[in-house]
Write a protein that binds this ligand. Structure first.
Ligand code: PEP
Ligand code: MN
Length: 355
């Protein structure tokens, strides 16, 4: 981390950046109102810090050891001088401003008609972001893989329905990018690019998605520790894209015997993560529990824990959903959840890093 003097010129900043690049690293330049800070991205062992410290315009050259330094409070507070949580703005929607956001929709996009019906209903219920998978990660090759698996034209058509539904019902649109080859196509239609739990570790996918510059909904892998989760989010930030919405969606259950939930929803991760990073975190109780009868309680609990919002799977006829029918809720149930969550947020403020 290179802290420039307040009077440092643009030329001096450029010289430091060029010096960093000479050693094969990249530079993350943040211009604050008082000073410019340059974060090093890459293998820091390659760089002689003593040499950088004496370049013209440099105030200090510091080593920050945490693996997710670019998204850490330490970086934003002590280095950039920013102590407010990051608010991600997308049209009329703000994520992380204290008001809970609701991301809702089917597990998979099934047809134009059903998508529009669901989109209209979730908007009425109070959601602001429509979710729905076109490229689905599935454990079995024999199950429905999403319309994306039916061919490029079908994938593009399904994505265009998402975009159309978003425009028609004034919703932002989030959908999963399962592989690098899908990034360009999906980014033409979606407002938010989702990285699914299974792909949390795919560095190349994270880098390609990040470079597209759109907000990223980044889901925790079910076997990842918190430090690991944040360290992989850092791959997105390292491309200069800090519009990252973290998503807690449960980790593998422990012990023998029936676990009664699909995963263990790690709600303590919400406040714990907010002590580490200025990024907002939302909770997905649908994949975490796999049970529609638990979505209400866990959504309320997520907001009480300080989450910036919840993502839930909704279908007008849940038992008919082609994927994850057991966890889908109705638009009426979503409405009840939204009403309850807003009440909870009014008494339990999102404390972020405050204590
Ligand atoms: C999803 O949100 O559509 C999904 C597949 O969830 P996860 O990646 O968390 O399993
Ligand atoms: Mn699902």
């Amino acid at each position: 981390m290179i802290i420039m003097k307040s009077e440092a010129t643009q030329e001096q900043v450029n010289q430091v950046v060029a010096e960093i690049q000479k050693y094969g690293l990249r530079a993350d330049v943040s211009r604050g109102s008082f000073r410019t800070v340059i974060g090093l991205v890459g293998d820091e062992r390659k760089i002689p810090f003593d040499h950088l410290a004496v370049l013209p315009g440099v105030k200090e050259a510091l080593r920050v050891e945490i693996p997710y330094k670019l998204i850490s409070w330490e970086y934003s507070k002590s280095i950039e001088g920013v102590s407010e949580p990051r608010i991600i703005k997308l049209g009329e929607v703000s994520i992380g401003n204290g008001e809970p956001v609701f991301i809702a929709g089917p597990c998979a996009v099934e047809s134009k008609e059903s998508l529009f019906k669901i989109a209209e209903a979730i908007k009425k219920a109070g959601a602001s972001i429509l979710r729905g998978g076109v490229f689905k990660p599935r454990s079995s090759v024999h199950s429905f893989q999403g319309l994306g698996a039916e061919g490029l034209d079908e994938a593009e058509e399904a994505l265009s329905w998402m975009q159309e539904a978003g425009k028609k019902f004034e919703l932002m649109v989030a959908t999963e990018v399962r592989g690098e080859s899908q990034v360009e196509l999906i980014a033409r239609y979606a407002d938010i690019l989702q990285i699914g739990a299974r792909n949390m570790y795919d560095q190349d996918l994270l880098t390609t998605v990040a470079r597209r510059g759109k907000p990223v909904l980044f889901k925790r892998h079910f076997g990842a520790g918190i430090e690991e989760f944040l360290s992989f989010a850092e791959y997105v930030a390292a491309e200069g894209n800090k519009d990252i919405i973290l998503c807690e969606r449960g980790i593998v259950p422990v012990g023998k015997g029936k676990s009664y939930t699909r995963y263990n929803l790690d709600l303590a991760s919400v406040p714990a993560i907010q002590k580490e990073t200025y990024l907002p975190i939302v909770v997905d109780p649908s994949h975490a529990t796999g049970r529609r009868d638990l979505i209400y309680s866990m959504s309320c609990a997520a907001i009480a824990a300080g989450a910036a919002g919840v993502m839930v799977e909704v279908h007008y006829n849940p038992t008919e959903a082609l994927v994850d029918a057991q966890q889908a809720i109705t638009p009426d149930e979503l409405k009840e959840i939204i009403t309850a969550c807003r009440k909870i947020r009014s008494v339990v403020a999102s404390r972020k890093n405050k204590g």
